[in-house]
Write a protein that binds this ligand. Structure first.
Ligand code: ZN
Length: 203
């Protein structure tokens, strides 16, 4: 299983981190060991002092493929949820400044959180999906798939030009504005439309 992630896929988020909006999707990966197992506790990592949540829509690949044309890409994913791309922002800023790879900031154990999968058949319009994140019951992030710079089909097609995609792979499709810090004791809850996808505590 592979975990792909898209960076800078919402204009307002790229702006809040002072990044320019790229023409092509920014792709990075997390290893399988980055996945927080369902119902496992999440512990604040000791190597960071600035842990950020990034709530994102995540799609699940249902068909193996390579060099997938964008017009057929919709057949390659069948489920959606919300997830968190946890980021050690202090480490990422340091690595970005030096032009180094991001893995130590983003690919560590348990840095990828996934909610319950929702079958895409039940979604009316995949280009108009609302999602949001609450921190301690307060709304902190709100997004809609229609605001993505690179929509789902384009991302799947683009990734498949470089990596074969396989059943069970997942793609974090980027975070909207409103990323921020968490501390021990915080509770995060993510929604797709009106349905809660997961609730978790930072331990
Ligand atoms: Zn992200």
């Amino acid at each position: 299983m592979k975990i792909f992630c898209v960076g800078r896929n919402y204009v307002a988020h790229a702006a809040e981190l002072g990044n320019e909006v790229p023409d092509e999707p920014v792709i990075f990966m997390k290893p399988k060991s980055a996945l927080l197992q369902p119902h496992a506790p999440f512990y604040y990592p000791e190597f960071t002092n600035e842990l950020h949540y990034e709530c994102e829509l995540v799609i699940r690949i249902c068909k193996n493929g390579k060099y997938i044309p964008e017009k057929f890409a919709g057949k390659y994913y069948d489920a959606i949820t919300a997830g968190i791309d946890f980021t050690a922002r202090d480490i990422q800023n340091d690595l970005k400044e030096k032009g180094l790879p991001w893995e130590r900031a983003k690919a560590w154990d348990n840095s990828a959180v996934l909610g319950e999968w929702v079958n895409l058949d039940t979604v009316k319009n995949k280009d108009d999906i609302n999602f949001c994140l609450y921190k301690n019951k307060e709304l902190v992030q709100q997004g809609n798939s229609g605001l993505m710079i690179h929509p789902f089909d384009e991302i799947v097609a683009y990734i498949s030009n470089y990596f074969s995609i396989n059943i069970g792979d997942v793609i974090f499709t980027g975070t909207p504005a409103g990323v921020g810090e968490v501390v021990v004791g915080d509770i995060l809850e993510a929604f797709v439309e009106d349905d809660s996808m997961f609730e978790m505590e930072i331990k």
